[in-house]
Design a protein around this ligand. Structure first.
Ligand code: ATP
Ligand code: MG
Ligand code: MG
Ligand code: MG
Length: 440
């Protein structure tokens, strides 16, 4: 992409309405634009990041055996009356009437609808287990939408729903999602610590929230520093191996980690030595629940068991805040100059800076590299604008692409370009004919 042809409305100054760094930076980089309280348009740069995060989530869900579907955003109220949540959900639910005066709502979550879909599609235990998910916009009329996309009213969520015959089988489905979450967040360069959680209005038995540590997080957290030393790399796992999956869950749940709602100071002090106690704030980026027959009973999701008897299925639901993650990653990865994107979610991998637009040799070298990178499928943003070098550097640092390739007349004399690592700030001279191999 050529910056001269892109749509990236950069703001020079911090927008007054933004309280936290991720919101400020997203507005300054022209990633989003606010349309109403808690409602945003995603501009080209922001949308690229959103799509990359979404794709990582999708790949890891698929790998764990979940099947992608897509349900509508607008739901009929009747399903929610059956589960009893139409009234219980309260003001967070946006209620709508259609032209026939039928009650509709903009879905804040999808337990009812997916349970109904499942109930109509599966009759026998032989068709279990199943896990269905979608990545769809949700609406929650939050009391205080704030912090940009971190607490929006309209936001993108991945929500998966598992269906099993027995509690035990359901536990394995839960554990698979638990492990897939570790892998998903690790791929984005995040350590999202699983913490035992309350089940809230969705209700249930077993529940964990995944939180990334950040000063601007809305939850107070207490955890064992040992989490920092654990292996968060994208370990391989055989999801069909019940014991292996359970072992990972045991490992990650054996250490103390709790949000303030579930925190037990005495237990904390017994289990964690004083020098390992970390108290801070966290951002909830994912949440998994096991709720058994809470929805299958009222919605009639029953299957015939091996003994011929009809039984309600055992279910869980598993959410990831896809749009919240965009802000969360920035909170976890930035400096005074701007964003520092982890490579897997970066909008572009390389920023190519032409230091002297109009100089025939510099233009030719940049064009050649740009075309070669594009041909190899490397995401590159080429700053081909006729601007001061200082402004170009500032923009590249602000938008945080992992690599900058800087080409100007002085280096060209020696056949070299400068390559800068945005995270470390390290600069390196690289021969022009080596550049392509470096990134492709
Ligand atoms: P919170 O405690 O932040 O209000 P929640 O517990 O109500 O979130 P869940 O019902 O667990 O949210 O939804 C699953 C995920 O969706 C959350 O873990 C979070 O990442 C994301 N999410 C929830 N509400 C919002 C929101 N208003 N804006 C952006 N993402 C959200
Ligand atoms: Mg909430
Ligand atoms: Mg919560
Ligand atoms: Mg939650």
């Amino acid at each position: 992409m050529r910056l001269s042809q892109y749509f990236m409305p950069i703001l020079r100054d911090d927008p007054k309405e933004a309280e936290i760094v991720s919101h400020k930076l997203m507005l300054r980089c022209g990633m989003i634009r606010q349309e109403a309280a808690g409602s945003y348009s995603w501009l080209p740069l922001g949308y690229r990041v959103l799509r990359k995060i979404e794709q990582i989530v999708r790949e890891e869900q698929n790998r764990a055996g979940a099947l992608e579907v897509l349900m509508p955003t607008i739901q009929p109220a009747d399903l929610w009356r059956k589960s009893g949540r139409y009234d219980a959900y309260g003001k967070e639910m946006l209620r709508i009437k259609d032209r026939h005066d039928r009650d509709m709502l903009y879905g804040p979550t999808n337990e009812e609808m997916i349970t109904d879909i499942f109930a109509q599609g599966v009759q026998s235990y032989k068709d279990l287990p199943r896990n269905l998910y979608h990545i769809q916009w949700k609406f929650r009329d939050e009391v205080r939408p704030r912090f940009g996309v971190m607490r929006g009213r309209e936001f993108l969520m991945k929500d998966a729903y598992s269906f099993d015959l027995t509690r035990e089988a359901g536990q394995h489905s839960y554990n698979k999602m638990f492990v897939s979450y570790l892998k998903t967040f690790a791929r984005m360069g995040l350590k999202a610590v699983p913490m035992r959680a309350e089940t809230g209005p969705i209700g249930g038995k077993d529940s964990h929230e995944f939180l990334i540590l950040a000063d601007t997080g809305e939850s107070e957290v207490f955890l064992d520093r040992a989490f920092h030393d654990m292996d968060w790399s994208t370990f391989e796992i055989d999801y069909d191996n019940v014991e292996a999956v359970a072992k990972v869950v045991d490992e990650f749940t054996s250490k103390y980690a709790a949000t303030s709602e579930m925190h037990d100071q005495a237990d904390y002090e017994t289990r964690v030595p004083a020098d390992r106690r970390v108290t801070g704030r966290g951002i909830e980026v994912g949440h998994i629940f096991f709720f058994g027959t809470k929805y299958s009973e009222p919605l009639g999701a029953v299957v015939q068991g091996p003994d011929g008897k009809m039984v309600p299925v055992q279910s869980g639901s598993y959410g990831i805040g896809v749009s919240r993650l965009v802000g969360g990653i920035i909170e976890a990865s930035h400096d005074a100059a701007g964003i520092i994107w982890p490579e897997p979610v970066a909008p572009f991998r390389v920023g190519l800076i032409n230091l002297k637009v109009g100089d025939a040799e510099t233009d030719a070298a940049c064009e050649k590299l740009y075309a070669a990178l594009e041909a190899k499928g490397v995401d590159v943003l080429y700053d081909d604008r006729d601007e001061r070098a200082g402004a170009k550097f500032g923009t590249m640092d602000l938008i945080g692409l992992p690599w900058q390739v800087i080409i100007g007349p002085r280096g060209l004399k020696d056949g070299i370009a400068e390559v800068k690592n945005r995270r470390t700030g390290e600069r390196e001279n690289v021969a022009l004919d080596q550049l392509l191999a470096r990134f492709a």
